[in-house]
Design a protein around this ligand. Sequence first.
Ligand code: SF4
Length: 363
Amino acid sequence: MNLRRQTRTVRIGSLQIGSTHPIRVQSMTTTNTADAEATAAQIRTLEAAGCELIRVTVPNRESAGSLKRLKQAMTVPLIADIHFDYRMALLAMDAGVDKVRINPGNIGSEERVREVLRAAKQRGVAVRIGVNSGSVEKDLLEKHGLPSPDALAESALRHIRTCQDEQFDQVVVSIKSTDVRTCLEANRRLAEQCDFPLHLGITEAGRPAYGSIKSAVGIGGLLLEGIGDTIRVSLTAPPEQEIPVAFDILKATGARINSPELVACPTCGRIDIDLEKLMAEIEERLAGETLPVRIAVLGCVVNGPGEASEADIGIAGGGGMGILYRGGKAVARVKEKDMVDALLAEIEKIRAERAQAEPAAKS
Ligand code: SF4
């Protein structure tokens, strides 16, 4: 169990971000925001996938013109992504967005950043200060020689000071880089020096296969250290594909578990059951299940009791049959075709046991 870094709380519409709240998953639409219909359709797809905050780019007035309609059509908080033109941030806030993301390094001047912060404070809108390798100020690049972790962290801290100067604390901060090591180091340094919630991500992680691994290493590495309050996996793919990857990173790190965890052996010559078929069926039948329960599925009984003892439920192949374990003890021997039904029945028992234990624990 990892300890979360303590942060202050930031309200983003109906959600709160920070160490006393679950780590939230977010993504960004890829449609032209000016096309409200297409963007609303993608927002619906993201919401259905479980996305908890959705960001849209607002590069011009036409895009800002869609925001009111988008806001009305969605249930999760809406974030406006602003580059270069601070006036788009002001228009987005007028349209009712819950948060704006600015990169102070490309907004033009500190005064313009301050103007955005003042407007956000007045309207109760949160702001993400986003720093990346390409936006580090000239003087910091000269001082550090390159956009190093120190340069990135110093840049973010400089912008945080501007927020504090404006007595504005509804701020989430992100430092992103395509280089995993730089991203990890920069966020560690920032985490030590401020108590604002951090948004984690590896930019331009790439196509789903490698991008998911890169994101898991970068985001997951920080989550294991208790750093991170909201995450975005950036993949070159339809954005809804980012959501299960993000939730799997949260699950694998133990940072937030809201679905069953399936542990399975890699199989070998001892295999005594069609494990791949069994896993596919389990995955299919558990789709949408939210009970945090660990299920170990093993190809034979050699490691069955041992492996299953660390899981809530274990299944091991045995002579064409399946052996069901609870807490490492074999509790039933069932036909292979009945395994998944038996597993689901055990899940229901666990659900009932936990529901019964909950009020007892509270009383
Ligand atoms: Fe092989 Fe059995 Fe281990 Fe699976 S559990 S890898 S089948 S020995």
